[in-house]
Design a protein around this ligand. Structure first.
Ligand code: ZN
Length: 234
């Protein structure tokens, strides 16, 4: 189809099926994709990747536990705010493109801040196979792919496996949560990460217990170092 006709056709489709911003639910303007320009400006960026790293407020989640090289999260989690709506679209409404878009944006921001050589491979935290079947996908995969592509690095969801279907963490205290996740992960293909600088990614960092359990599993399997990255920090 000629380009002009294609544009008219796509404008016509937009008129029939308006496309909404995944962060504020307003109708997107022509040229906007998934997130409107206003929301992109107003997202609650953590900017923890910018120096000085010793003042990174997220690092405290892992102090005294594991040597995590970089602790990164793109956005702050705000209840009933833009971040929550984006995560909801990604996790519960099947809009996997949101994960890839945020990964791409964050990957470019990290690249501009000099992180390009900080990671050899991006590895998403896996879902239990049963949960993955229920949802149809792992919400962290698309974020990992966007990040990896923007950083010019590979990503793999064939490294980690979740072997137990954990119950909800909501009513457990910190120690119980840790015990709950400590034995949950396995490395399937250690050769992929041995001697590598791994960027382990998840949708949200809350207590850090899940990321900590994955990171320990990766370190035990012989990777050189682990950094963690999330779409949002609660
Ligand atoms: Zn918006």
């Amino acid at each position: 189809m000629p380009a002009r006709l294609k544009n008219i056709f796509s404008d016509f489709l937009t008129l029939l099926f308006p496309v909404f911003c995944q962060a504020c639910e307003r109708t997107l303007a022509a040229g906007e994709d998934l997130v409107c320009t206003h929301c992109r400006l107003k997202l609650p960026y953590t900017n923890v990747h910018l120096p000085p790293p010793e003042l990174n407020p997220l690092s405290i989640k892992f102090y005294g536990k594991l040597p995590i090289k970089h602790v990164l999260a793109y956005l702050y989690f705000n209840r009933a705010g833009r971040t929550q709506r984006l995560l909801h679209a990604l996790k519960y409404r099947g809009v996997q493109e949101v994960g890839e878009l945020l990964g791409t944006w964050y990957g470019h921001a990290l690249g501009e801040a000099g992180y390009t050589d900080a990671f050899d491979i991006v590895v998403p935290v896996p879902l239990h196979p049963r949960k993955r079947r229920q949802r149809g996908y792992n919400q962290s995969d698309s974020f990992a792919k966007g990040l990896a592509d923007a950083l010019g690095r590979p990503w793999s969801n064939q490294v980690l496996k979740r072997t137990q279907y954990t119950a909800s963490q909501t009513h457990k205290n910190r120690t119980e949560r840790w015990e709950n996740v400590a034995q949950v992960f396995q490395v399937m293909n250690p050769h992929i990460i041995q001697g590598k600088k791994v960027l382990l990614v998840d949708d949200v960092i809350t207590t850090g217990a899940t990321l900590e359990a994955c990171a320990l599993t990766l370190l035990n399997a012989g990777c050189a170092e682990v950094s963690v990255g999330a779409i949002a920090a609660a």
